[in-house]
Design a protein around this ligand. Structure first.
Ligand SMILES: C[S@@+](CC[C@H](N)C(=O)[O-])C[C@H]1O[C@@H](n2cnc3c(N)ncnc32)[C@H](O)[C@@H]1O
Length: 184
């Protein structure tokens, strides 16, 4: 059986634009993402682009939720590897279906984490996705997303009332964590 790093690399080689990276995020990037959220047991949390689950496992461990973490992962092999968290998470497929899948949770989600390669999406797709994320976030909720460039800042500023960026050099490649807040 392929170990997780090999499976991730294979997924990247099969679908480079969609996976967006050759290896999973480092523990430093995962910790930086977590540090930006104030997770509690009753927080309602969504993760987009779960991959092999390096962030998924850390989110579950950090908050020990009463409610399952809602995770979207499009790649079949990677989604299969996320099933190790079954019981703690509910799995969905395409993040672009976010607004439909979670239409009953409009304005309720405390935090949306994302590892999606947003820069690889078409402009219209990006705007559509940010619109859906904004729709499910509660007032004061946070969208916490990593990217490998800071270039998406203008898009975030179009949607969110406040956006800050943290740099994580200890990741391959170095990453930028966008912390975007919906107006309270
Ligand atoms: C850069 S990887 C990040 C994986 C993981 N979160 C990590 O930090 O190691 C991006 C992930 O987003 C997934 N992805 C890309 N497009 C997606 C979509 N439309 N819906 C759900 N997942 C998607 C890819 O399959 C991949 O697992």
């Amino acid at each position: 059986m392929l170990n997780e790093k090999k499976m991730f690399l294979k997924s990247f080689l099969d679908s480079p634009k969609s996976v967006g990276s050759i290896i999973p995020s480092s523990k430093y990037l995962v910790q930086c993402m977590l540090n930006q959220a104030d997770l509690k047991k009753d927080s309602k949390v969504v993760e987009l682009g779960g991959g092999t689950g390096v962030l998924t496992g850390a989110i579950v461990a950090a908050a020990q939720f009463h409610k399952p973490l809602l995770v979207f992962e499009q790649n079949d092999d990677l989604r299969q590897s996320l099933s190790k968290y079954s019981g703690d998470i509910t799995l969905f497929d395409d993040a672009f279906e976010l607004g439909t899948c979670l239409s009953h949770m409009a304005n309720q989600i405390d935090c949306v984490f994302s590892g999606l390669p947003l820069l690889n999406f078409k402009k219209g797709e990006r705007v559509d996705l940010l619109d859906q994320i904004y729709f499910i976030l509660k007032p004061g909720g946070k969208f916490i997303a990593f990217q490998y460039t800071p270039f998406l800042l203008p898009y975030m500023n179009d949607f969110f009332e406040s956006t800050t960026i943290k740099v994580v050099p200890l990741n391959i490649p170095p990453a930028f964590v966008f912390v975007c807040e919906k107006k309270a």
